[in-house]
Design a protein around this ligand. Structure first.
Ligand SMILES: [Zn+2]
Ligand SMILES: [Zn+2]
Length: 278
């Protein structure tokens, strides 16, 4: 591994705050760790050894997902301290002995799963849910260290190169939010020029889904409730945005009117509010 890679790095970790000040500060990693506390920035060793299929990234961007809050709340069997974030991008600094698809200098979006078994029902099932593998080493930011650090180790089998015309900042949320809504769009299988409704279109997943569906030539109907959600839906390129605050019946009437009484081919609900559902 290159001698240019420092021996230590900074990492924002899920830990117990032991300092009187609640703000982030640098201190040695403590073994007194617990959940429901703010992240704390620690100086920890930079990963030095890579598994055969692993790549070391110098982190460029890492984003916060709602699920990170669940990790902080102790909803997963996370051993602490643990570096957070499962949405990271970076530049490849080193590659494992079996890595063929990545080289030093590549711009990469880190995959979530690390070392799933490849043999269990979730790995081999039709959905390819490697992140739910029963024998996995862990998903980054959950059971193994994630992207809120200066360097990040990712499994090359689940990572992807980032195109030159996409910034590493914009690419980071695609590692979770992006592929989640993309999975919904693929499963919805709306044909080109067909109609897709996205309930919660002005949220983190919804506004990405609008853009993805439009690239596929799908007509998108956005449905959201807060003013900001409606504004973001339009900003993301949605031409038909309906206000869920009018109630289910009115939104359904508007959808029917827009689609000549045929309705949409599919609806994706990414809103967690019951009254948003149409
Ligand atoms: Zn996530
Ligand atoms: Zn498996």
């Amino acid at each position: 591994m290159s001698s240019l890679i420092p021996g230590e790095m900074l990492a924002a970790q899920v830990v117990k705050v032991t300092h009187p000040s609640p703000s982030c500060h640098i201190q040695p990693v403590t073994s007194y760790s617990q959940f429901n506390e703010r992240y704390q920035i620690h100086k920890i060793p930079t990963p030095r050894s890579l598994g055969p299929n692993e790549i070391l990234l110098k982190t460029a961007a890492a984003s916060l997902c709602h699920t990170d809050l669940l990790v902080t709340a102790g909803k997963f069997p996370t051993k602490l301290p643990r570096t957070a974030s499962h949405e990271g991008t970076g530049i490849v600094q080193a590659v494992g002995s079996a890595v063929k698809d990545f080289k030093i200098g590549d711009r990469v979006m880190a995959g979530l799963p690390k070392r799933p078994c490849g043999d269990c029902i979730n790995c081999k099932g039709p959905e390819n849910w490697h992140q739910y593998c029963q024998n996995i080493e862990g998903c980054i930011g959950f059971l193994v260290d994630g992207a809120f650090a200066e360097y990040l180790v990712a499994d090359s089998a689940f990572s992807a190169k980032v195109p030159d015309d996409l910034s590493l900042v914009s690419a980071a949320p695609l590692a979770c939010a992006g592929i989640t809504i993309w999975g919904g769009i693929v499963r919805a299988a709306v044909p080109k020029n067909g109609w897709l409704a996205i309930v919660g279109s002005g949220g983190g997943l919804g506004h990405l889904g609008i853009q993805m569906a439009r690239v596929k030539g799908i007509n998108v109907i956005g449905i959201d409730a807060p003013d900001e959600g409606i504004a973001l839906s339009k900003e993301a390129g949605c031409e038909h945005v309906f206000d869920a605050r009018k109630g289910k019946e009115e939104v359904v009437r508007e959808v029917q009117a827009l689609t000549n009484g045929l309705g949409v081919e599919a609806a994706i609900n990414v809103s967690y509010h019951e009254y948003h559902a149409a």
